[in-house]
Design a protein around this ligand. Sequence first.
Ligand SMILES: *[C@@H]1O[C@H](CO)[C@@H](O)[C@H](O)[C@H]1NC(C)=O
Ligand SMILES: *[C@@H]1O[C@H](CO)[C@@H](O)[C@H](O)[C@H]1NC(C)=O
Ligand SMILES: *[C@@H]1O[C@H](CO)[C@@H](O)[C@H](O)[C@H]1NC(C)=O
Ligand SMILES: *[C@@H]1O[C@H](CO)[C@@H](O)[C@H](O)[C@H]1NC(C)=O
Ligand SMILES: *[C@@H]1O[C@H](CO)[C@@H](O)[C@H](O)[C@H]1NC(C)=O
Ligand SMILES: *[C@@H]1O[C@H](CO)[C@@H](O)[C@H](O)[C@H]1NC(C)=O
Length: 405
Amino acid sequence: MRRQTISKGYLSISLTSIALSACASTPPVELYSPLIGQKVFKIASAEVANQYPQYTDTVNGIWKYFDQNTWTVGFFPTTLYALNTRAKLCPSLAGGHDWLSLGRQWATGEIPFEVVNGLQHDVGFASFPFQEELVVNPNNKTAITAINNFATDLAKRYNAVVGCTRSWDSADPTDFQVIIDNMMNLEILYASTALTGNNTLRQIAISHADKTIANHIRADGSSFHVVEYNSTTGAVIRRRTSQGYADNSTWSRGQSWGIYGFATMYQNSKLPRYLDTSRRMANYFLNAVPSTGIVPWDFNAPTSPPRPADSSAANIAATGLLLLSRLEGSLSPPNVTGAKFWSDAAIKLLSDNTKLAWRPAWQSLLANGTVNKPAGNSLTGIVYGDYYFIKAGNDLLSMGLTSCP
Ligand SMILES: *[C@@H]1O[C@H](CO)[C@@H](O)[C@H](O)[C@H]1NC(C)=O
Ligand SMILES: *[C@@H]1O[C@H](CO)[C@@H](O)[C@H](O)[C@H]1NC(C)=O
Ligand SMILES: *[C@@H]1O[C@H](CO)[C@@H](O)[C@H](O)[C@H]1NC(C)=O
Ligand SMILES: *[C@@H]1O[C@H](CO)[C@@H](O)[C@H](O)[C@H]1NC(C)=O
Ligand SMILES: *[C@@H]1O[C@H](CO)[C@@H](O)[C@H](O)[C@H]1NC(C)=O
Ligand SMILES: *[C@@H]1O[C@H](CO)[C@@H](O)[C@H](O)[C@H]1NC(C)=O
């Protein structure tokens, strides 16, 4: 990938040729298609007790369902909250549905799982609907309790010698595994600190993020999927992959969780090292996307035979880039060039990957998701891919980068 440096006033920005060649200002029309509300409503109104969609089959795009004790439990309820937000942004897209009631109804099934540690570190993802609920109704006691309980669950997984929260449990308790995805779950700690004033939670988030910078992120801004620490000495034992192509490769979804997670850490802490890390990870991501614009499941996977895409990684990265764009705009003075650079890149990612993955005939909005390639699970729709697609569409509207159809 050709790179060039442009100096513009006080800015010196390294830009990818992808973004430069993009006339990226027009988001794909599919982001605001009425099909979105129609498809999601069909699934939402056919609620099956305690069952939540996670990914589809590869032929007809029919959802497969999982119980509440699954890391993806929160994404469908939070999709319904996102459509409530959308209905406010563009009343013409509400489709006549009460998305808020549906979101609340679907979130309710998660409540018994607040104090079950089966979700392990993924309590942050599970808490999204409750965080959305507090935006609508800051006094909702059920949502406040859920957030505090989930945060306490995550804090229990913190080890002060390692300086991280444990991601996955392992048979040998001294084998302490941390995955890059875990950056997304730190937000719950800030949310709970904001509700309770308990600063220990915030300090845990900072420690975890700092260790992740030190041990997961490579000098070029790429990332390892898994770092294993020794829980008694704190030493790094191993750096490896679980869902990526190789131990030293960069799994694209992990990279996208990192972009987004560090941007969120900066938003919450205002510590410049997190903004810097999110930018470095974002630059790596954009430079690693091939000229087709399609995000592969792993940036280092062989290209022959053709490697499957991961449309979810594209949508998570795009939504993370839009947050990065807002954060550049919030600097004093606002980094206008940086803000535009990231939002243009986000729109280009959305355009290129939507063109590949949009599937009107499937239950999911998109296809071409990779859940877990080493486990043989790719070419599906994915609930979090669809969620971040809708969220990106909402963010573009609220940032004034597009308008309602
Ligand atoms: C509070 O939030 C929970 C969880 O989202 C929901 O089930 C409940 O209906 C909400 N309560 C009120 C009064 O809005
Ligand atoms: C703050 O949170 C930590 C982690 O959950 C907990 O151990 C501690 O007791 C809490 N402190 C207070 C004052 O509630
Ligand atoms: C961690 O270190 C302790 C003490 O040196 C050792 O007994 C244990 O086997 C180590 N665990 C791993 C997973 O390397
Ligand atoms: C990973 O390691 C293999 C074997 O040492 C090497 O051939 C490959 O170039 C490495 N890949 C990256 C992305 O560093
Ligand atoms: C996208 O998905 C279709 C099937 O739904 C498949 O034929 C195609 O090869 C996939 N493309 C990529 C790049 O994954
Ligand atoms: C503006 O944003 C770009 C892209 O993140 C960055 O390279 C540059 O250093 C930023 N400028 C300032 C003054 O923060």
